[in-house]
Design a protein around this ligand. Structure first.
Ligand SMILES: [Zn+2]
Length: 392
């Protein structure tokens, strides 16, 4: 009897060890496939080695969040949009990332291949990788794509919200279909996908239109990712992914990495953002113009009012996890991951305020009955599999 009791105690201790959210979270390799801190903060002169109060990300909070591998998004959107300047900005952002790593050797490191990712993710440092967001960054020039690969690009998002001459975006395919000269990938676009496959750069299909999505997935020889996209069936906005797309990603062996933006997680938030903008903007602004307040101040006041009103409708962390759940139920636990879009969005769910909050996702998944094995896949294992299949 005493022996049996001893055995039961050991078993329950082991069980609580494997089920402890914080231990499981620390053991798992957490990969986030999309963070915009380079373009939104670093280029503005902010130092992510300091504790920043008005951003989602800094090195202190990444450590607290237990993040092991972070894809840093390289992106700009010059207005007016033209073909000059994107590539130059990409090089500048990549240089800025390398400078941060050089200045913080005990907290950050860099990886260019799968072996380095695996080895360095166990060194208690944030492993940085580069993802370039938007085909416009290569300025229609294959040699610039090759040069960005040499500089460390390990995924390329075929389009951002803007279409290129060779790939149409979700935004344009949805809202400007009649103005498009072509739809999907052109021959050059197909060459881009092939070149990415050859080089060992992951094809990222976030932001792209459905036609581009299906054209790309038909010709890629490697698994793809959607670096920051959520589920259309829960929140039907133009750049979330539909069930058939999720099934196509699963067939390809790829991963959909969930975007945390409130307006992509909650349809109510999305609806309210439209409602408040459409119904209240004019009356609000007119009331201030009547008081002879100048237009810059009126715009600033409107933005503050609009954001304050909207924040009442922020979704919760649990609603973000519903998106993970949905994909797991639709196609299994091998095809979903995390692509927060921190520092690229102005509203995130309650409970997911910044990069220190990832452990709460592990807690929530455990609460929902997910196994340790499943959680490890979702937090990073699935994306690691795609890296291994793509990287040289
Ligand atoms: Zn984006």
């Amino acid at each position: 009897m005493q022996k049996l009791l001893f055995f039961i105690t050991i078993l329950s201790t082991l069980n609580s060890y494997t089920q402890s959210p914080s231990k499981l979270h620390r053991k798992a390799i957490l990969v986030d496939t999309h963070n915009d801190v380079l373009s939104s903060q670093v280029l503005e002169g902010k130092d992510i080695n300091q504790r920043l109060s008005d951003s989602h990300s800094d090195l202190y909070r990444w450590e607290k969040g237990g993040v092991d591998v972070q894809f840093f998004s390289v992106w700009t959107d010059k207005v007016p949009r033209n073909k000059e300047g994107f590539y130059k900005d990409a090089l500048e952002e990549i240089d800025s990332l390398h400078r941060i790593i050089l200045r913080n050797p005990s907290r950050m490191t860099y990886a260019e291949n799968y072996r380095e990712v695996k080895r360095r993710s166990h060194q208690n440092k944030l492993v940085a990788l580069i993802g370039v967001e938007g085909g416009h960054m290569i300025e229609d020039d294959m040699s610039k794509l090759d040069a960005l690969y040499e500089k460390g690009m390990r995924y390329l998002t075929l389009s951002w919200n803007n279409s290129t001459s060779w790939a149409t975006s979700a935004m344009d395919e949805t809202f400007n279909a009649d103005k498009l000269k072509h739809k999907g990938l052109t021959d050059f676009g197909k060459q881009v996908v092939k070149r990415l496959n050859e080089l060992g750069v992951i094809v990222d299909l976030s932001h792209v239109g459905e036609q581009t999505f299906y054209d790309a997935i038909a010709i890629t020889s490697k698994p793809v990712i959607l670096s920051h996209s959520s589920v259309w069936s829960i929140c039907p906005v133009f750049r979330n992914v539909k069930d058939d797309q999720i099934k196509a990603v699963a067939k390809n062996g790829g991963v959909v990495c969930i975007n945390f933006y409130s307006g992509f997680i909650s349809n109510e938030y999305n609806q309210q953002s439209v409602n408040i903008g459409v119904t209240k903007k004019k009356a609000f602004q007119d009331s201030l113009y009547n008081l002879s307040i100048d237009s810059v101040k009126v715009t600033a006041a409107w933005e503050k009012y609009y954001n304050d009103e909207l924040q009442k409708f922020r979704p919760t962390l649990s609603q973000m996890v519903d998106h993970i759940d949905y994909i797991v139920k639709l196609v299994g636990d091998e095809y979903v991951g995390i692509g927060s879009d921190y520092d690229g969005v102005n509203s995130v769910p309650i409970g997911l305020e910044d990069v220190s909050t990832y452990p709460k996702i592990t807690e929530e998944l455990l609460k929902r009955g997910y196994s340790s094995k499943s959680i490890k896949k979702i937090l990073g294992g699935n994306v690691l599999r795609v890296m291994k299949a793509n990287f040289k």
